[in-house]
Design a protein around this ligand. Structure first.
Ligand code: ADP
Ligand code: MG
Length: 250
């Protein structure tokens, strides 16, 4: 399954991606390929993993210097892309890196997409922490997701961004994936504002498959400040506990 976590910048996509990765690991839904597709490269730090080379570094090298004559561009990319993968217990992390510069990237983007398609087949699931503008989905540098996890926080713009992203998604793909979850981040259970935001986010789109409310969690904040992996949060912490019922197969 490909799970894509989408939403406006700052609403909690990276935090949620780390918490969903936790769920996959807890349920032995492994191996997982976690892809940090946001140029701000935050998923690594949220998982306690130091920044390394990115797929964008390889892309720029290929564009600037070409490849050795002994191999095809696809072979070269497959070989070098290994350097952008960090192997961890139960999952690998791939960091996409900075956005494209000037010029045409169609050729390398096609190579990257084919490479990611092939790479994804060696994993049980792929979890994408997307960049704010749905860029990877619209440029199709990643496969089509089976599960969209839409994240918003208390800001109205966050909910409106979800609605617009879903509209864009439906236009590009002729409909929605079978499963679209809504995750209301930093709300308390039963808050009226949460239902209001859910109504804004769904717009004319089909109803969300499941809605989760994740409270503000001071442990998430202190782990973030200390640079500790969110995978090490206690399962009794409010945020991971709120996602305890999130399952890939339901
Ligand atoms: N439920 C939560 N409780 C406490 N802090 C949170 C929660 N969700 C997100 N944050 C904090 O909010 C900030 C933005 O979250 P982040 O996941 O980086 O957003 P995004 O990836 O959408 O830009 C981070 O500092 C993160 O630690
Ligand atoms: Mg992020």
């Amino acid at each position: 399954m490909i799970v894509a976590v989408i939403g406006k910048g700052g609403v909690g996509k990276t935090t949620v991606s780390a918490l969903l990765l936790r769920r996959l690991l807890e349920s032995n839904e492994t191996p997982v390929l976690a892809i940090d597709a946001d140029p701000s490269n935050c998923l690594g730090p949220a998982l306690g993993i130091a920044a390394g080379p990115t797929l964008a570094d390889m892309r720029e090298t290929l564009r600037e210097n070409g490849r050795p004559s002994s191999m095809s561009s696809a072979e070269w990319l497959a070989l070098r892309a290994e350097e952008a993968i960090v192997e961890c217990a139960g999952f690998d992390l791939l960091t996409m890196g900075r956005p494209e510069g000037k010029g045409c990237y169609c050729y390398v983007n096609n190579l990257i997409r084919d490479h990611l398609d092939r790479l994804s087949r060696s994993y049980r699931h792929v979890l994408l922490d997307c960049e704010a503008g749905l860029e990877h989905l619209s440029r199709r540098t990643s496969g089509r997701p089976d599960v969209l996890v839409c994240v918003t926080n208390r800001s109205r713009m966050g909910a409106e961004t979800i609605r617009r992203s879903l509209d864009l998604y439906a236009d590009l793909n002729g409909g929605f994936p079978a499963r679209v979850d809504l995750l209301l981040n930093q709300f308390d259970e039963g808050e009226a504002l949460a239902s209001e935001m859910a109504a804004i986010a769904s717009g004319a789109a089909a109803p969300f498959t499941r809605v989760f409310i994740v409270p503000r969690d001071s442990e998430v904040e202190s782990f973030e400040s200390a640079g500790k992996s969110l995978l090490e949060l206690s399962c009794a912490s409010p945020a991971p506990a709120a996602l305890g019922a999130w399952e890939i197969g339901s």
